[in-house]
Design a protein around this ligand. Structure first.
Ligand code: AHG
Ligand code: MN
Ligand code: MN
Ligand code: MN
Length: 320
């Protein structure tokens, strides 16, 4: 089985970017190990702190964030980084070629139940004319990403990665500690009768989302396939399922609150996932715009998310 670095070299990914990806993955291997230790590793439970998102930080949110920080602060190719768990941009090296944004631990509410959790990251070329700590380094459009990926800490640890070509999947070989290529080219299946949304928010959704989901769950009776619902509470887990067997993932805005943009963050969650989904032939939208075409205007900005199999996302958008 092919190892990650030769795969990236064969893709002609520039060496500095490969080195940076390797550094990020070193952090994920450490997180994977800590996660597998569970209560024995002291990683369960909450802290008393809140992050800038207004969420109580779990111990593992803080540990994973610190592991990323330690690795990236020593990586010469990084100009600055931004994290879901950091209030502001962190400057690293003035002459670094790239900026990195990450959700160190996605699916925090699953930590204490031994459920699926993950890490999401994205990389942009640094803007030379701007200071390292300038937030504008990150006020970019999705299509400017040079790499995006997530690591799913499940029964096995898997990396899904795009450097602008196809979306590939690697599995962590715990015996040697390397990510090995296990899926050369992921393709979101076009037809899939599975949807993923937090149904408990039904009364808060915009009317078109209610109407779309009503259509999916209404009795078909004409031989049309019935839809099934899955919700992991961790975007990495839900998107991994959709990349594997198709379907649609939605996290809409709360229409009862004027101007609400939903829960998920554009930079740390929606943009990297959009690159991976679209690289696998799927579609990613906020309902009004392609996520890959949306420009970030604030570091921790949130965005409604509709992504997955092309036909299903188009069906949803057609009643928008
Ligand atoms: P995070 O743990 O990084 O804050 O992200 C959690 C997100 C995302 O992973 C998931 O899709 C969503 O929150 C789950 O939200 P609900 O609480 O509505 O289930
Ligand atoms: Mn969080
Ligand atoms: Mn998250
Ligand atoms: Mn998180």
């Amino acid at each position: 089985m092919k190892r990650l670095i030769p795969v990236l070299r064969a893709d002609e990914v520039e060496l500095d970017l490969i080195m940076l990806i390797r550094t990020i993955l070193a952090a994920t291997k450490e997180i994977s190990f800590r996660v597998s230790q569970g209560a024995l590793g002291g990683v369960l439970g909450s802290t008393l702190d809140e992050n800038i998102q207004g969420e109580t930080q779990k111990k593992l949110d803080v540990i994973a964030n610190q592991l990323f920080k330690d690795m990236l602060l020593n990586e010469g190719n990084v100009k600055s980084f931004a994290s879901e768990e950091e209030d502001t941009v962190v400057a690293v090296h003035d002459n670094g070629k790239f900026v990195v944004a990450f959700d160190p631990l996605d699916g925090s509410s699953n930590i204490d139940i031994n459920g699926q959790i993950g890490t999401i990251f994205t990389i942009f070329p640094a803007i030379d004319s701007l200071a390292a700590d300038d937030e504008k380094q990150f006020l970019r459009k999705g299509h400017e990403q040079v790499a995006a990926g997530y690591v799913l800490y499940g029964p096995s640890t898997m990396l899904v990665l795009s450097t602008g070509k196809q979306t590939r999947c690697f599995t962590l070989d715990r015996t040697h500690g390397g990510y090995l290529l296990t899926h050369e080219e992921m393709q979101v299946p076009a037809d899939a009768c599975e949807f993923s949304i937090n149904m408990s928010n039904y009364s808060k959704w915009p009317q078109y989302i209610q109407q779309y989901i009503d259509g999916l769950i209404s009795p078909k009776g004409d031989g049309a396939p019935e839809y099934n619902m899955r919700w992991n509470g961790a975007m990495v887990g839900d998107i991994h399922r959709i990349l594997t067997r198709g379907g649609i993932f939605l996290y809409p805005q709360n229409a009862l609150k004027q101007g609400d943009t939903g829960k998920l963050r554009l930079l740390y969650e929606a943009m990297p996932m959009a690159m991976l989904i679209e690289g696998a032939g799927g579609l990613a939208s906020s309902g009004t715009q392609d996520i890959m075409q949306t420009r970030l205007t604030q570091l921790h900005q949130r965005v409604p998310v509709i992504m997955g199999s092309k036909k299903e996302v188009e069906a949803c958008l057609s009643i928008c």
